[in-house]
Write a protein that binds this ligand. Structure first.
Ligand SMILES: Nc1nc2c(ncn2[C@@H]2O[C@H](COP(=O)(O)OP(=O)(O)OP(=O)(O)O)[C@@H](O)[C@H]2O)c(=O)[nH]1
Ligand SMILES: [Mg+2]
Length: 317
């Protein structure tokens, strides 16, 4: 129900809310095919051995719900199919109002309320959606792979900012050393600019309705861990790096800060959805069907800015 945002889902989420806030949320992101699902699966196994319950959410922004990549995820995740301590869900994105991050955040809430100790959220790519989803996490693992420098380029595009831990996966392949060095170089660069004031401060982000976290935490140096997920090599080291970040966050009060950043984003998203819904209902009741209004705007018979102002004014009365 929550996934499809069907009738009654909002009521459910309201009732679940007081049961949430106990899970540790780990985001696993990186380019397509980097081994995110394999790593997620191995981490899940690792946590299960420690008797922790695990929730896994795999977000696929490109394929439809029954698409190939998700099917692939399902197959790799079959290791856990018979383990009642693991709950797995694949989410497609179906462009509902509120978008990818809204529905994913809601499903994370449900797993949290279920009492999962650890929730792993796998997202592909480097777009804004993925960054928002990664913001659901307390610790973000960015998966890089050796090969074309393009991978590191892609990571540069923005994911670097959100990485708390790097996994250089497929370390069995040629070029892993080079990838590690490239990442180290980028981190050094980041350190040297960290002293400068952040370009997008919190107020600026908020004014744009931007859901992003605050600037990267300058007191944390993201470790780089080599993994061969396919052979379960480096899993314990990766889990240790995640745990070190968790300890760091808790010592800094950072977990609360991330929760607050996420809460702000979630609240603004829900608010926006509700307000837009209300406004559209009002529009259709008093000004005409949305399509007809759009026609008039397209024909330059109506001015969208004036209309929106007018509608907003009516909502306030
Ligand atoms: N050689 C090698 N192959 C790996 C390793 N880890 C994963 N693979 C393989 O890489 C391919 C992609 O792995 P996935 O775990 O599906 O990668 P992903 O990042 O989840 O892929 P998408 O979700 O489709 O973006 C699979 O064929 C894996 O078997 C590794 O450490 N070494
Ligand atoms: Mg995957």
């Amino acid at each position: 129900m929550v996934e499809n945002d069907s009738e009654g889902a909002a009521e459910l989420l309201k009732r679940l809310f007081s049961w949430t806030g106990r899970s540790y949320r780990i985001g696993v992101t990186g380019p397509p095919g980097a081994g995110k699902s394999t790593i997620t699966s191995k981490l899940a196994q690792f946590y299960r051995k420690q008797n922790q319950s695990v929730g896994i959410i795999a977000v696929d922004p490109t394929s439809p719900f029954t698409g190939g990549a998700i099917l692939g995820d399902r197959i790799r995740m079959q290791d856990h199919a018979l383990d009642p301590g693991v709950f797995i869900r694949s989410l497609g994105t179906r462009g509902q109002l509120g978008g990818l991050s809204r529905s994913t955040a809601d499903v994370v809430q449900v797993l949290d309320a279920m009492g999962k100790d650890v929730i792993l959220v796998e997202t592909v790519g480097v777009g804004q959606d993925e960054i928002e989803v990664a913001n659901l996490a307390h610790t973000v693992v960015v998966v890089a792979v050796p090969g074309l420098g393009d991978d590191v380029q892609a990571i540069k595009a923005g994911v670097l900012e959100i990485a708390d831990v790097f996994a250089v996966n497929k370390a069995d392949r040629e070029g892993a050393d080079r990838t590690v060095r490239d990442l180290q170089g980028m981190l050094e660069l980041r350190r040297s600019v960290a002293a400068r004031p952040p370009e997008h401060d919190a107020a600026h982000r908020l004014s744009r309705g931007d859901a992003s976290l605050a600037a990267p935490d300058a007191s944390w140096e993201p470790p780089i861990v080599r993994t061969v997920a396919l052979r379960d090599e480096g899993t314990a080291e990766l889990a240790a790096a995640i745990d070190a970040h968790r300890t760091h966050l808790d010592a800094m009060g950072g977990r609360r800060a991330r929760d607050a950043a996420r809460a702000r984003a979630a609240f603004v998203a829900v608010l926006r959805e509700r307000l837009v819904q209300g406004a559209l209902e009002r529009l259709e009741a008093e000004m005409g069907q949305l399509d007809a209004v759009a026609e008039r705007i397209a024909a330059r018979e109506a001015d969208p800015y004036a209309l929106a102002d007018e509608l907003a004014a009516r909502l306030r009365t």
